[in-house]
Design a protein around this ligand. Structure first.
Ligand code: 3PG
Length: 225
């Protein structure tokens, strides 16, 4: 599966920063049960790699990405932990090469037309736009569709339940990324039902660029425990 196909699996990619490895599987299970099966685990905590491994072992339906990859050495360790794709906040030639060497499909972050041209020259046809809202949000994405009509984006950074639908209404946005579906307060409270419900609401959003999503929530049968 390439990154474009991964972005079509669900309209929202939860961005998860996991502080306790024991919470990784129940959190992922709640999200997948709600219909969000593509997850980004940020490498910002000591247990992030273990969390990726735990989710892959417990929830085979999940498609698990490693995020916040900012150094070439992050790629082999993410791949070894079981990450199925990588996400970077920006792109350098070294990061693109490290992704290739680790055979990790990459969703690279870009922010400007020049960065997008570099990413396209490196072979990428789908990018994260980060930080999406701070950088111009809807207007920026609409403007980029002019010179780059075939490129798709996963805007991340400042996307919430209130504005996600506006982003998904753009023809170049099959998926948005965000942390709102797994609020830290709900994770701390082990309130998996709340997270499942937030995921269900997010999964009900539909990108205007897509028809019905194959492999959506209705096809998932994930045990509660
Ligand atoms: C991040 O890197 O933390 C993501 O962009 C998530 O941003 P958000 O918390 O604004 O959704």
């Amino acid at each position: 599966m390439n990154i474009r196909e991964v972005l079509r699996l669900a309209p929202v990619m939860p961005v998860l920063t996991i502080h306790e490895v024991g919470l990784a599987a129940p959190l992922a299970r709640a999200l997948v049960r709600g219909g969000l099966r593509v997850l980004e685990i940020t490498l910002r905590t000591d247990c992030a790699l273990e969390a990726i491994d735990a989710i892959r072992a417990a929830i085979p339906e999940a498609i698990v990405g490693a995020g916040t990859l900012t150094r070439p050495q992050d790629f082999p360790v993410a791949a070894t932990a079981g990450a199925q794709f990588g996400v970077t906040p920006g792109l350098t030639p070294e990061l693109a090469a490290a992704a290739r060497t680790a055979r990790l499909p990459l969703l690279p972050g870009i922010l400007t037309p020049s960065e997008l041209i570099v990413a396209r020259a490196a072979g990428f046809d789908a990018c994260k736009l980060f930080p999406a809202r701070a950088a111009g949000g809807l207007e920026l994405l609409s403007a980029l569709a002019g010179p780059f009509p075939d490129h798709v984006f996963c805007p991340t950074g400042g996307i919430t339940a209130r504005n996600a639908a506006e982003f998904l209404a753009l023809p170049n946005v099959p998926c948005v990324g965000g942390s709102w579906v797994a609020p830290q307060s709900a994770v701390d409270a082990r309130d998996w039902r709340r997270i499942e419900e937030l995921a269900r609401q997010a999964a009900a959003l539909r990108s205007a660029s897509l028809g019905p999503v194959p492999g959506g929530a209705e096809h998932l049968a994930v045990p509660a425990r």
